[in-house]
Design a protein. Sequence first.
Length: 87
Amino acid sequence: MQESSADKIHYKDYVIWIRSYEMKAGGWVPKALVVVPEAEGNGQHELQYPAEAVRALREEADAEALALGKQWVDERLARERHDPVIG
């Protein structure tokens, strides 16, 4: 690994850190870290494409990492709406 990006995006009360990284052999691997808000229990979830999922440009990898992070948040929120905690 060489250089990495680290952009912070706010999305539906979550924070998505874009952390795509450059492979020594060339190309970028999409990677994101989703930070769960305190109201939903805190924590974080790392999302990464397989190392074989190399993109030619950092911008492409970052765009895919952001899409992956947003999808994870949307799916989590959808699960919470359909499966309320009983207690």
